[in-house]
Design a protein around this ligand. Structure first.
Ligand SMILES: [Zn+2]
Ligand SMILES: [Zn+2]
Length: 153
């Protein structure tokens, strides 16, 4: 199954966008492929799918550092609306950052320019990070202890 949570394989879902074979027809597909790109650590794709004016503040090195320091668990798309060249996608993404379990809840804005969707920005609903002990149940839902599941080191 694709990293973005559809029941398609990665090859039939996000990969064609990330490798540049196709461009997403819908903002939600772009959003999903950006999440998958974080999982496979393709900072270049993430950078180039930002709206052009947002790229200077989202440099490839920083995206790469963030992607490398996270273990992504899952993406849930909660709502997605498209209106001509504007779109919003509301999602929740779960990941581990060091020994913190993090949940990113965001309402993202997308714009279509020259027939291609780009990520512009988003409003984040702050959710407290959860510190996970090595003997705690892993918050990913596996029913295993954290140290036997998503813990590092
Ligand atoms: Zn996908
Ligand atoms: Zn886990």
């Amino acid at each position: 199954m694709c990293y973005c949570g559809t029941d398609l394989t990665f090859e039939h879902c996000c990969q064609p966008y990330i490798v540049g074979q196709r461009t997403p027809a819908h903002a939600e597909q772009l959003m999903r492929s950006r999440f998958s790109a974080y999982v496979i650590r393709n900072a270049d794709y993430i950078h180039h799918t930002y709206a052009v004016e947002k790229r200077p503040e989202n440099v490839i090195a920083d995206i790469n550092d963030f992607a490398k320091s996270c273990r992504f668990i899952k993406l849930k798309v909660l709502n997605s609306e498209e209106n001509g060249d504007l779109a919003t996608v509301e999602f929740s993404a779960q990941y581990f950052y060091q020994n913190l379990f993090c949940q990113l809840n965001e309402l993202s804005r997308f714009e279509k320019r020259d027939d291609q969707w780009f990520y512009v920005d988003g409003d984040i609903t702050p959710t407290p990070d959860l510190k996970v002990g090595r003997n705690d149940l892993c918050p990913c839902g596996s029913d295993k202890k954290y140290k036997k599941c998503h813990a590092t080191g």
